[in-house]
Design a protein around this ligand. Structure first.
Ligand SMILES: Cc1cc2nc3c(=O)[nH]c(=O)nc-3n(C[C@H](O)[C@H](O)[C@H](O)COP(=O)(O)O)c2cc1C
Length: 179
């Protein structure tokens, strides 16, 4: 696929994964896309943990399952954990700004690059903001005060996206204008 807009429109939150295993080199390519994302002062305030070990994967999936939501994560073949790292800003701007002022935006860009690369490789992804942070820290041997951003469930889609289910988005005129 060569057209970026087509790729952006095609990506969707996949909540129905097949049993097909995901190749490690594809996961590495998705991580590489995330690594190449831009960041404020090029601080790259991220760390990525790719969970693929079946037992750990099952446990990590469970941390996302609350309030009857996110049952689909049990069928993911990998779950990416995106950690927010300390951002070292350029010495000139550091005294003016909080170190983490750009971090969430940086991490969002990296997460989307990851998902778009996955889409281009035929994989499905679902970003997950709902998860039990202390439990995840325990499972991954991370500090309790670890800053998390998002998890991303990955797998092959069980079926093609239902094209009839259009992407519900605010209309162009409501969100953008030229001046
Ligand atoms: C920060 C963030 C957190 C999200 N958390 C969840 C989640 O916990 N579970 C889920 O099924 N989808 C989650 N989503 C997916 C959104 O619901 C989805 O992106 C949105 O409805 C638009 O649909 P689309 O991704 O299919 O275009 C999350 C997305 C983002 C960006």
């Amino acid at each position: 696929m060569s057209d970026f807009l087509e790729l952006a429109a095609k990506r969707y939150s996949c909540r129905n994964f097949s049993d097909k295993p995901v190749e490690r080199d594809k996961l590495e390519k998705c991580l590489e896309a995330a690594r190449l994302a831009p960041s404020g002062c090029n601080a790259q305030p991220w760390k990525f943990v790719m969970v693929v070990d079946p037992k750990t994967l099952e446990e990590v999936a469970k941390t996302t399952q609350q309030l009857g939501l996110n049952e689909h994560t049990s069928k993911a073949k990998a779950i990416l954990v995106i950690l927010e790292d300390h951002a070292k800003l350029m010495p000139k701007v550091a005294p003016l700004l909080d170190s983490q002022v750009f971090a969430k935006g940086d991490l969002g860009g990296a997460a989307l690059s990851f998902c778009l690369e996955a889409e281009s490789l035929g994989l499905g992804t679902c970003m997950l903001g709902l998860f039990d942070r202390p439990k995840l820290s325990e499972l991954l041997d991370l500090p309790l005060d670890q800053r998390y951003f998002l998890l991303v469930a990955v797998g092959y889609p069980a079926k093609e996206r239902d094209e009839a289910r259009s992407k519900p988005r605010k209309p162009f005129n409501e969100i953008a204008r030229f001046v």
